[in-house]
Design a protein around this ligand. Sequence first.
Ligand SMILES: Cc1cc2nc3c(=O)[nH]c(=O)nc-3n(C[C@H](O)[C@H](O)[C@H](O)COP(=O)(O)OP(=O)(O)OC[C@H]3O[C@@H](n4cnc5c(N)ncnc54)[C@H](O)[C@@H]3O)c2cc1C
Length: 485
Amino acid sequence: MKHVIVVGGGLGGLAAAIRLQAAGVQVTVLEKNARVGGKMNLVQRDGFTFDTGPSLLTMPWVIRDLLACAGRDLDDLLTLLPLAVACRYRWPDGTRLDAHSDLAALVAEIERIAPADVAGFFRFMAFATRIYQAAAEPFLLEPFSGLRTMLQPRLLRDVLKIAPLQTVDQAVRRYFSSPYLRQLFDRYATYNGSSPYSSPATFCIIPYVEIAQGGWYVKGGMYQLARTLEQVAVEQGVAIELNTAVAQVTFSGQRATGVRLASGEQRRADYVIVNADALYALDELLPPTKAPQHQLSCSGFVLLLGVQRDYPQLLHHNIFFAQDYPAEFRAIFEQGLPAADPTIYVAATARSDPDHAPAGMLNLFVLVNAPALGKVDWNHAAAGYRDLVVRRLEAHGLAELGRSIVSETILTPYDLQTMTNARRGALYGPASHGLQAAFLRPANRPPGTRGVALVGGATHPGGGIPLVLLSGKAGARWAWEELNG
Ligand SMILES: Cc1cc2nc3c(=O)[nH]c(=O)nc-3n(C[C@H](O)[C@H](O)[C@H](O)COP(=O)(O)OP(=O)(O)OC[C@H]3O[C@@H](n4cnc5c(N)ncnc54)[C@H](O)[C@@H]3O)c2cc1C
C-alpha cells in the first residue's frame, strides 16, 4: 500500500488525508500541536468557549462533497445554522445595517439607509455572479496549474468578466454611491487578508458567495468542523500523530522521500503533502528556491473576552466600521502599523450556543486586522492596543466594556505565527495585491520537485474554509495521479 505523509493537521491537510485514505492510500498526518485544526481552533476558559479562528462558513457543499467521499453524510455529523441576520454593521455616526439572509429583508435595509443604491445593489450582484460563473471553475474547483490554467481558452474568453484590471474599491464605487455601502462591500477583500484598494475586483466573488449562496455557523462552535474531519479521518484509517513537528521534507534528487522530524527521526513516504503555511514551508521545510518576495496578507489582533453582562445590541456577527477606511489599510500595508481607528469584528457565539457563556454573560471574539510581523514589538504593544480596541468598542456603544471583562485572552500576530507557523503571522500567505500576487500564488507543486504538494490557505486557491478544503482536494488528486501514474 502506498504511504502519504501530510505535514500539518489544518483543514487543508485533513481534507487531503480523508480523500487519499478513502482512495486506498495509507495516510499519516503529522501535526506539531496537541490538537488538529490549525487556524481553526478553540479556547475554553473561565466557563467561556471561544472559536479562535474562522467564525463564518460559506460554500458548505464543499464539506458535503468531502464527507461523501468517505461515505459520510454531513447532516449526520454536523448541524449548520443559517443566521437570519448574517451580520450587523455599525458606523461611527450611529448608522446601522442588518444584513439579513432573506433577500427582501436585506434590500429593505439597503433602501432604508441608501435608497438610491438599491438598483446598484442588484447590478453589483449580477456583476459578482458573472465573476463567479467565469472564475469558479478554473480558479476554485479545478486544481490550479499556473500559467496553463491562466491560458485556458475559456478563461481567456472570459477574462474581462473577472475584472482583473480594476480594484475591488473601483468596482464597488461603480455600483454604490453610499459611503456606507462602499465600505461594506469593500470589506469583503479582507476575507483573504487584502486591501480593497489594491486587490483585483475579481474578489467581488466573495460577496456573491456569502449573499447569494449564504453563510452558516456550525452548531457547538466552528471547531466542531475540525473535530469532525479528525473523527472521519481516523475512522477511515488515517494515522494522526499530534505533538509531532516536522523539521524537513527529505529528498533523493528531486523526489521527496519522506520527512525528518524535529526529534531527528526519519519517516519514509511515497508522497508528502505539506499543509503547513506555504511561505514557511518554502523557507524551512523544502529545498531553497528563488521564490519571489510577496507582500504579506494581514494578520490579526484577537481578544477573547468573557463579559459579565449582556449587550442586547450585539448579534452573532457584528462589524464596527472605522471612520477612515483607506487610512486603516495604509497603516497596515504601507506603514506596517496597527490602525489607530480600526474596523472591529465582534462575534458572540453564545447567541447561537448559549452554553458558550455562563447565563447572562457573553463570550466576545474580537478581531482587528493587523499588519504581518515586522515593525511592531507586540510584547510591548499588545496591552496598549487592547485598551484602544476596548475603548473604541465602548465608544461604539458597548458601555463599560472594560469594567465588565471577567476573562481575557490576547492573541497577537506573534501568537498566530507561533501557533500555526504562519509566516510573520500573515493569516492568508501573500496578499492578493496586483495581478501576479492575486493569480499566481505560491505553486501547489514546488518547481523542480516531485512527490510533494503544498496545500492550504497560502497557496491556490487561497484562504478561508472552503478554499483550503478545495486545495486539499487538489493535493490529493496530484498525489494520487503521481502515485498511480
Ligand atoms: C482569526 C481568524 C479568522 C478567520 N476567519 C475566517 C472565517 O470567518 N471564515 C473562513 O472561511 N476562514 C476564516 N479564516 C481563515 C481560515 O481559518 C484558514 O484559511 C484555514 O483554517 C487555514 O487552513 P490551512 O489548511 O491553510 O491550515 P492551517 O490552519 O494553517 O494549519 C496548518 C497546520 O500545520 C501545522 N504545522 C505547521 N508547521 C508544522 C510542522 N513543521 N510540523 C507539523 N505540523 C506543522 C500547524 O500547527 C497547523 O495545525 C480565519 C483565520 C483566522 C486566524
